[in-house]
Design a protein around this ligand. Structure first.
Ligand SMILES: Cc1cc2nc3c(=O)[nH]c(=O)nc-3n(C[C@H](O)[C@H](O)[C@H](O)COP(=O)(O)OP(=O)(O)OC[C@H]3O[C@@H](n4cnc5c(N)ncnc54)[C@H](O)[C@@H]3O)c2cc1C
Length: 597
């Protein structure tokens, strides 16, 4: 049995290596006849910096051939082989299609990379590439100093009279007579991840956050919060959570971990510091930015790069509801809501049925308030377990985290969409009883555009769904009320008056109506011109990649990172490599069309 598994693995590796050898030959030879034979007509190539210095997806054989040839001539990729140190080639099913999946390595003139190849047979049973990922791991000569090449700490370890490690750390974080090369605005998971990566690449980086204490972005959220994804998907770079941690990490535990992370990863982090905006000097290639410190003083610094890691929760989106002004009670945006205790025995309307609305409604209910959810738009509901965990099944399959991350990055957008349609169907069946119950109560459900589910709602609009941790069950049982916003005729001093003539008493109205897109924040902090130059951030538009995320933008020296812990972990690596490459002069800071480096 063991022997036959070994033999099969060998065969799969041989098949993949054969394809990779042919691929290397095809890239080097003139014309594209051989290359054409290696790809299915309906195939996909995603390059993450390795060949193009862009994060880009090319769909269809003809387009792939053209792009590959153009970029291979410059990048000179060689040495394509399956990687014996990573998950062995194996049979998988991705987006409903059976394929052989192989992780491989290669190098280019500038760096070393890893990739994922998926082979499927054509009508004549010849294995051809269905998907191909080529991703940059490191720039030659600037490899991360980890494991056997870890730093020796000579600057502080043998000189008994000189500054020790702590002295070095303190003076590094003070920035008394120097400016950081990179300023990271926001010290949540996105900010921590990119700063840790840049540290490894010896790029001097300072994080600023308005929070009083590292981790406040989690600490200050509602009392009962635990993470929605299981712990093994949520690790930060370099420092995985301990194996005895609970599956769903509580917010304060995560906040504490963030503090430990900053200490361990030697990150320079200024708390209680507000980034007030900046201007870019084209000739000097530097920003001039203003920071307001906790003691009220201002500090102007001149970094070459500003990375916005400010999250999607920047500016509350407050709907214009004219009659709300007649309401005599308290109105709070969800970002101002803290704890339900003060509302025990009171009547509360929560407007908005995404995650925040549901969680706040449940928190208030648990504190003894009488709560009614007000639904404005149809909403996707998915049970936290197992349905909401389905997209992360890969992380349970056995391959190490690094391989799972590479495989995740290897799924091109069209297949990700297909995959999520399938997962959404599965979730719908698993959650059928709950969904039927909600519909009986008049809750309006949806399943995302073309049935692509919550992941695509998150990637396109950052909301519009709820992971059910109990609130939907309370709605089904009638413990938490439900009315449609369209059934409210007007708000009055005592609450709301329904079109039926009934009234809904309220002492508190919570607006769980979400946040404005990051464009609004860019406009506020950098002005109209920069906002117009950068354009939309997050979501896809007509593109195959998230707009302006993790990549050069049309504004030199301005970068964006956001998303889940997993996205922050995966893409911080690539964002850091681009900033390092800019510093080394390997690529211009300005985003150019995907056909040129
Ligand atoms: C109940 C719940 C469960 C969740 N579970 C998960 C999960 O399991 N996995 C997961 O990946 N995600 C989860 N999320 C999503 C998670 O909240 C976000 O993904 C995360 O907070 C985004 O991190 P971030 O670093 O991009 O931004 P944030 O955490 O929002 O951090 C941004 C930081 O920027 C700072 N800031 C903003 N503007 C300025 C300024 N001008 N000057 C100075 N500082 C500024 C803020 O103070 C803040 O600390 C969950 C969310 C909730 C509510």
């Amino acid at each position: 049995m063991g022997a036959s598994i070994l033999a099969e693995t060998d065969t799969l590796a041989t098949l993949a290596d054969h394809w990779l050898a042919q691929f290397e030959r095809a890239l080097a030879e003139p014309g594209d006849a051989l290359l054409r034979r290696l790809f299915h007509p309906d195939s996909h190539w995603r390059d993450v910096l390795a060949l193009t210095w862009h994060i880009t997806t090319v769909n269809g054989r003809d387009a792939i051939l053209e792009e590959l040839k153009a970029h291979a001539a410059r990048a000179k990729p060689t040495g394509f082989r399956t990687n014996p140190h990573r998950t062995a080639p194996r049979h998988v099913t991705r987006a409903g299609t059976k394929a052989i999946e192989a992780i491989f390595r290669f190098e280019t003139a500038e760096g070393r990379g890893s990739g994922v190849l998926r082979l499927t047979p054509d009508a004549g049973n010849t294995l051809k590439a269905w998907t191909l990922l080529t991703a940059l791991d490191e720039i030659k000569g600037f490899e991360e100093k980890v494991g056997a090449s870890r730093p020796k700490g000579e600057s502080y370890s043998r000189d008994f009279r000189g500054p020790n490690w702590l002295d070095h750390r303190r003076s590094a974080a003070e920035y008394v007579e120097r400016d950081p090369v990179v300023l990271v605005v926001g010290g949540g998971q996105a900010g921590l991840s990119i700063a840790a990566r840049l540290n490894q690449l010896h790029v001097d980086t300072l994080i600023v956050d308005r929070g009083e204490r590292i981790g406040d972005n989690w600490r200050n959220r509602y009392h009962a919060l635990t993470l929605h994804n299981q712990v093994h998907v949520n690790h930060l770079p370099y420092m995985p959570f301990p194996p005895n941690w609970p599956a769903y990490v509580p917010k304060d535990k995560l906040a504490g971990w963030f503090e430990a992370y900053v200490e361990s990863m030697e990150l320079n982090y200024w708390t209680a510091t507000e980034f007030e905006g900046g201007t870019y000097d084209e000739t000097k290639g530097r920003w001039s930015v203003v920071l307001r410190r906790g003691d009220g003083t201002k500090r102007e610094i001149r970094p070459r790069h500003v990375v916005m890691a400010t999250g999607v929760s920047g500016i509350p989106d407050l709907p214009d509801i004219p009659t709300l002004r007649s309401f005599a009670g308290t109105v709070l945006h969800s970002s101002q809501y803290d704890d339900g205790e003060a509302w025990k025995g009171k009547n509360v309307l929560v407007i908005g049925t995404g995650n925040s609305g549901h969680d706040i409604a449940q928190d208030l209910y648990s504190s003894g308030a009488r709560v009614t959810l007000v639904q404005r738009n149809s909403t996707l509901i998915v049970n936290i377990e197992p349905s909401a965990q389905l997209p992360y099944a890969l992380y349970d399959e056995g391959p190490p985290l690094e391989d799972c991350d590479l495989i995740t990055a290897s799924i091109p957008l069209p297949l990700a969409r297909k995959n999520h349609i399938l997962l959404t169907e599965r979730a719908k069946n698993l959650d059928r009883e709950l969904l039927d119950g909600l519909e009986r109560k008049g809750f309006k459900l949806d399943f995302g555009e073309d049935g692509t589910g919550w992941q695509f709602k998150y990637l396109t609009r950052g909301g519009g769904y709820y992971f059910n941790v109990g609130c939907s069950d309370l709605v089904v049982k009638g413990e938490i009320g439900l009315v449609q916003f369209s059934d409210i005729a007007e708000f009055v001093a005592e609450g709301a008056r329904l079109r039926t003539g009934e009234s809904l008493a309220a002492d508190l109205i919570v607006l769980a109506t979400g946040y404005k897109g990051q464009e609004a924040l860019v406009r506020k902090l950098f002005g109209d011109e920069v906002a117009a130059r950068v354009g939309p951030i997050w979501g896809f538009g007509d593109e195959q990649e998230l707009r302006n995320m993790f990549t050069r933008t049309a504004q030199p020296g301005l970068w964006f990172i956001a998303g889940s812990l997993a996205q922050s972990r995966i893409y911080s690596r690539y964002l850091a490599l681009q900033i390092k490459a800019c510093e080394l002069g390997l690529l211009p800071r300005l985003r150019a069309p995907a056909t040129a480096p």
